[in-house]
Write a protein that binds this ligand. Structure first.
Ligand code: SF4
Length: 260
């Protein structure tokens, strides 16, 4: 792992979890197709033949798709030269596979947040496998509303610089960081406004701070832009007085600007 990288940049355990779930999905698809085909064969032979053909084509397409996803993730983690294309394939296919993977994960009793963390980690790995060299003004830091101290009355949604800098929450540090590095920073209360903000600002890369669920949906929504996801810390539970490791945000911005 390169020095200064965000800790959640797709650790080996993220890869193992995702590969395990994809293989489980593959086996499930094959088993379901096999059972269904054997049931059909016992019915009307012509109807069965047509159904088997259609089902076989569908099952083969799904199996191939899962295999492509599996191999592209393995290639991203191999660190080889061609990892850039593999990264794009891994990202696109994982975006499509995420819901079935979450479904099969729930079925075997896995924690949904753990799978979402693995997805965000693999996404980060894909971003980190490239060598971006962006200007700081092309980078947008997106912060969740819950990072603001719940007793603070300053209105930050329009402009985060309305923060008075009292230091009772991470917002003042983020304002200082954004000013020092020259990046844009916005606070958004939810996914809809996050999408609107991205459409207005038109960044070339995003550093997003959020919980597992919001990171997942945000990364999928902005699949055309590289997003480095950083999990927030929730010492008081979800959605209240959350915190962010400012150093991780700074490292992510510096990586995107090739300033590490
Ligand atoms: S640091 Fe800024 S946002 Fe946080 S409590 Fe103080 S004034 Fe409010």
């Amino acid at each position: 792992m390169k020095k200064g990288m965000n800790r959640n940049n797709g650790r080996a355990e993220d890869k193992r979890l995702m590969l395990g779930l994809l293989i489980l999905l593959l086996v499930t698809v094959l088993a379901a197709a096999g059972i269904f085909i054997s049931m059909l064969v016992k019915q009307n032979p012509i109807f069965a033949a047509i159904s088997v053909l259609i089902l076989s084509v569908f099952a083969t397409a799904v199996v191939l798709f899962i295999l492509v996803t599996l191999s592209s993730i393995v290639m991203v983690y191999s660190g080889k030269e061609n990892a850039k294309i593999a990264g794009r394939v891994a990202k696109k296919s994982l975006d499509i596979m995420l819901n079935p993977v979450l479904g099969i994960g729930r079925l075997v009793g896995l924690d949904t947040e753990r799978i979402q963390r693995a997805y965000a980690g693999i996404n980060n790995r894909v971003v980190y496998s490239n060598k971006p060299d962006l200007s700081t003004e092309d980078i947008l830091i997106l912060l969740p509303h819950c990072i603001q101290n719940s007793k603070c009355r300053h209105r930050l949604n329009e402009d985060i610089r309305n923060c008075a800098g009292c230091g009772k929450c991470s917002v003042s540090d983020m304002v200082e960081l954004a000013g020092r590095l020259g990046v844009k920073v916005k606070m958004v209360p939810g996914g809809t406004l996050a999408r609107k903000t991205v459409a207005e600002v038109k960044p070339k890369a995003i550093v997003a701070v959020a919980c597992e669920r919001d990171l997942c949906s945000g990364i999928r929504d902005t699949s055309f832009i590289p997003v480095i996801g950083i999990l927030n810390e929730r010492p008081y539970g979800p959605c209240r007085d959350t915190k962010v490791d400012v150093k991780k945000v700074e490292d992510a911005v510096k990586f995107l600007c090739n300033r590490r």
